[in-house]
Design a protein around this ligand. Structure first.
Ligand code: GDP
Length: 521
């Protein structure tokens, strides 16, 4: 197969949802159809931590699911599918946002009883901002939920996206009978006792299939007619540009409607797309030079090894084992020798990773989140990944002064992972950490202890408002009891203001000093 054909069969996406909508369950079903796992329950058990660590490693080996199932790859219907996992907890939304920069499409899972929830809405905004296609899966049809028409209008009203149903529920909850599959003109019968699960609605069977006289079927047909008259028409271009979301109903837990969804999704989901550089140049996937960017860095699962994995989305070209790349940030060459791919049955070997794929590069501190790597004529960095200004702060110290070295090493590496932000007090040199949510601090503390053997003391500083200032305007005298003058990890100066009042007071006192929400000169 030519490289071009290889690239064109890639489908790389993430699933976005509010916790408990069924993301894990549907992921498992997809992996099962892809032959990547034999039983459902595996991903779930990992998520809840119901496995002892050794079990975890064994299962990893046995089923070959990738490092921490951050990326799951399988083949289905001639396509190579990459699912990128996004952490569900809202404290990790920053990580989620960056992962969404590495996908070409998103699947939005919605609980039919709850409709659109807070986290879904937030994630959808990011996806919408990128204009990538969104496919909606309305889950838990085996339970009583809201009216399907009601759910569709919520998509339009709350998210502002047009929707087009690809199938339609026949009953719901106790009365769930199946799905009327518009695309394939068939009925998918729920729990068929005998006979076919899929009943084609040809002229012959239209009037005499199992559900033909069922009132819920009659209702579904009426709804379908209404939708055909008054609803949106399917339009592939609008789907691809993110203006229209195809909606699929189903029940992930009972694996109902999931395979139909997968097949339809793979038919319409886009091939790998181009990425913009800082110079506004679009790098096409078929560009023969290799390029990619690091969207996530994760510590190895085994705490005895401090190496980490840098997840790289390949933007163009093809990965070759041992290849040297130019790391744009440093201008230095880096050899990609120890690289893993996330294919279900061959975790160790990168067989052929091309544009659209994700590779895991073993890293001992070379890479940072957002790094661009290139070869050949490509030299420019890709547009920066979004970063979020932290609001919560902690002062940290090593508990044991004799262990300063591991303390600093741990901080440096975890900060490079993008897990947490580092600030240093300009005058005292005290180390302060900033995060979007409390959980990030807890994970940080735990990892410092387990992975770096560095016990730390964290002193909460509460909420702060961060503002960067131009280094040329910096005057240490501007620091007062209501603000802290600090530098970020790139040595850019900034103030941490106690509250908005302190910020306003500062602005009144120093009207000429520019305060920025992000560093720029
Ligand atoms: P996540 O937090 O989005 O990953 O959600 P999970 O996949 O862990 O599912 C949350 C809960 O909903 C679990 O108890 C699942 O068993 C349940 N669940 C998921 N899909 C369905 C479904 O289709 N029907 C029903 N009844 N329950 C479901």
């Amino acid at each position: 197969m030519s490289r071009e054909e290889e690239i064109k069969k890639r489908r790389t996406f993430a699933i976005i949802s509010h916790p408990d909508a069924g993301k894990t369950t549907i992921t498992e079903q997809l992996l099962k159809f892809g032959g990547a796992i034999r039983e459902a329950g595996t991903v779930k058990a990992r998520k809840t931590g119901n496995f002892a660590k050794s079990d975890w490693m064994d299962i990893e080996k046995e089923r070959g699911i990738s490092v921490t199932s951050s990326v799951m790859q399988f083949d289905y219907a001639g396509k190579r599918v990459n699912i990128l996992d996004t952490p569900g907890h809202e404290d990790f939304s920053e990580d989620t946002y960056r992962t969404l920069m590495a996908v070409d499409a998103a699947v939005m899972v919605i609980d039919s009883a709850k409709g659109i929830e807070a986290q879904t809405k937030k994630l959808f905004q990011v996806v919408k901002h990128r204009n990538i296609p969104v496919f909606t899966f309305i889950n838990k049809l085996d339970r009583d939920g809201r009216e399907p028409l009601d759910l569709l209008s919520e998509l339009e009203e709350v998210l502002g996206i047009d929707s087009v149903p690809m199938n339609w529920p026949i009953g719901m909850g106790k009365n769930f009978q199946g799905l009327y599959d518009f695309t394939n003109d068939r009925v998918e019968v729920y729990q068929p006792t005998d006979g076919e699960r899929f009943v084609g609605l040809s002229e012959v069977t239209a009037g005499n299939h199992t559900l033909a006289n069922n009132p819920f079927y009659t209702q579904a047909v009426e709804d379908a007619e209404l939708l055909a008259d008054a609803g949106n028409q399917f339009d592939e271009e609008k789907v691809i540009s993110g203006q229209l979301t195809p909606v699929y109903f189903g029940s992930a837990l009972t694996s109902f409607g999931v395979q139909t969804f997968l097949e339809s999704f793979l038919e319409y989901a886009p091939e790998p797309h181009s990425h913009k550089t800082v110079d506004d140049e679009e790098i096409e996937p078929l560009n023969p030079d290799f390029s990619g960017f690091v969207f996530k860095i994760q510590a190895n699962m085994d705490p005895r090894h401090r190496d980490r994995i840098a997840f790289v989305r390949i933007v163009s070209g093809e990965f070759e084992r041992g290849m040297s790349v130019n790391l744009v940030r440093t201008g230095k060459q880096a050899k990609l020798a120890n690289v893993t791919q996330f294919m279900a049955d061959s975790r160790e070997n990168v067989q052929n990773a091309v544009a659209g794929d994700i590779i895991g590069v073993y890293d001992t501190g070379t890479y940072q989140v957002g790094d661009t790597m290139t070869t050949g004529k490509l030299k420019k960095a890709f547009e920066p990944l979004p970063t979020f200004t932290p609001e919560l702060f902690m002062r940290v110290q090593a508990k044991n002064v004799m262990k300063q070295k591991s303390f600093h090493k741990g901080i440096e590496q975890l900060v490079q992972e993008g897990a947490i932000q580092l600030y240093t007090n300009f005058t005292t040199g005290d180390i302060m950490l900033g995060a979007v949510g409390q959980l990030q601090f807890e994970v940080f503390k735990d990892r410092m202890e387990r992975e770096y053997n560095a016990d730390i003391i964290m002193t909460p500083m509460g909420k702060k408002t961060v503002r960067w200032i131009n280094p040329e305007q910096l005057d240490e005298k501007m620091s007062s009891s209501r603000n802290i003058l600090a530098r970020d990890r790139f040595d850019h100066p900034l103030f941490l203001f106690e509250n908005d009042f302190a910020l306003r007071w500062f602005k009144d006192k120093y009207p000429d000093v520019e305060l920025k929400e992000e560093f720029s000169v």
